[in-house]
Design a protein around this ligand. Structure first.
Ligand SMILES: Nc1ncnc2c1ncn2[C@@H]1O[C@H](COP(=O)(O)OP(=O)(O)O)[C@@H](O)[C@H]1O
Ligand SMILES: [Mg+2]
Length: 267
């Protein structure tokens, strides 16, 4: 199951990515969490010490590896290179284990749409295409804020895209724009998760605005979750209700994948 998580800045994409990754890992799945935000912070959300996280070299900065795999020579990026580089060993080679989750920090996906066939993008796209073939594997892609990067093909080959929104028209607007782009992007399944809901009235108003969407879950605003970021503890360990909502979302995702015959039987 390959899940891409998108949405406006600050809505909770990384929080949701980390919580789902840890949930599936605890259930014994092989989880690869990909940080595709140039402002990478999925590692710390997964529990990695922030100083250690700062030392991680993103995949797109691994010049030697990129050259070795694509055949692109330094300074000759206009020249020929392989469009189907070997990537199958990349998660084990450069992935960082955090409590059973393998973290891959992707780096910056260059602008330029599908026409940008530079070696860095070819490595990333090949990686996203090849990750997860086994049925008991889960890939979670924590994406950059906004919609611009979607046009770069990052979520091609994903089984589903979750748009995270918060109670506010601006993030709902982003969701509508993504929905319009979804077919062009080759997204088969689109879900919305509403985060940071404070009251029932707020939930009602947001739901009304999301009538055209498949709402996967409604997550409460939680002071403990907010503080967990500062205290470097897991959001799901900080708040039981939040953890319960994550479990509900994870189960729905599994059911949706079973329906489309793409996933392990539910355990
Ligand atoms: N349900 C929530 N309640 C309170 N704070 C939250 C909640 N979800 C996320 N946050 C906080 O909001 C901030 C942004 O979350 P983050 O997951 O980094 O967003 P994004 O990845 O979309 O930019 C973080 O400080 C996080 O702890
Ligand atoms: Mg983030």
């Amino acid at each position: 199951m390959k899940i891409a998580i998108s949405g406006k800045g600050g809505v909770g994409k990384t929080t949701l990515s980390a919580c789902l990754a840890r949930y599936f890992a605890k259930k014994g799945k092989k989880v690869i969490a990909v940080d595709a935000d140039p402002d990478a912070n999925l590692g710390t959300a997964l529990g990695l010490d922030y100083l250690k996280a700062a030392e991680i070299v993103p995949l797109t900065d691994m010049k030697e590896l990129i050259e070795e795999r694509t055949g692109a020579k330094k300074g000759s990026y206009g020249g020929y290179f392989k469009l189907n580089p070997k990537v199958s060993d990349i998660p084990s080679k450069i992935g960082i284990d955090i409590d059973g989750v393998k973290l891959l920090v992707a780096g910056t996906i260059k602008a330029g749409g599908s026409g940008c066939y530079c070696p860095e993008n070819v490595i990333l796209k090949s990686l996203f295409r090849h990750l997860v073939i086994n049925q008991d594997e889960v890939v979670i892609l924590d994406m950059e804020a906004g919609i611009e990067h979607l046009g770069r093909g990052t979520c091609e080959n994903m089984d589903m895209l979750i748009i995270v929104i918060e109670p506010g028209l601006r993030s709902i607007q982003t969701a509508h724009t993504v929905k319009k782009m979804a077919t062009d992007l080759g997204i088969k399944t689109l879900y919305v998760v509403v985060n940071k809901i404070k009251t029932g009235g707020e939930e009602k108003l947001v739901r009304e605005k999301l009538a055209d969407f498949n709402v996967l879950g409604i997550m409460p605003y939680s002071e403990s979750v907010r503080m967990s970021d500062l205290k470097q503890i897991q959001p799901c360990e900080a708040d039981k209700i939040f953890a319960q909502k994550i479990e509900e979302i994870a189960l729905k995702l599994q059911r949706s994948m079973i329906k489309s015959n793409k996933i392990f039987e539910q355990t």
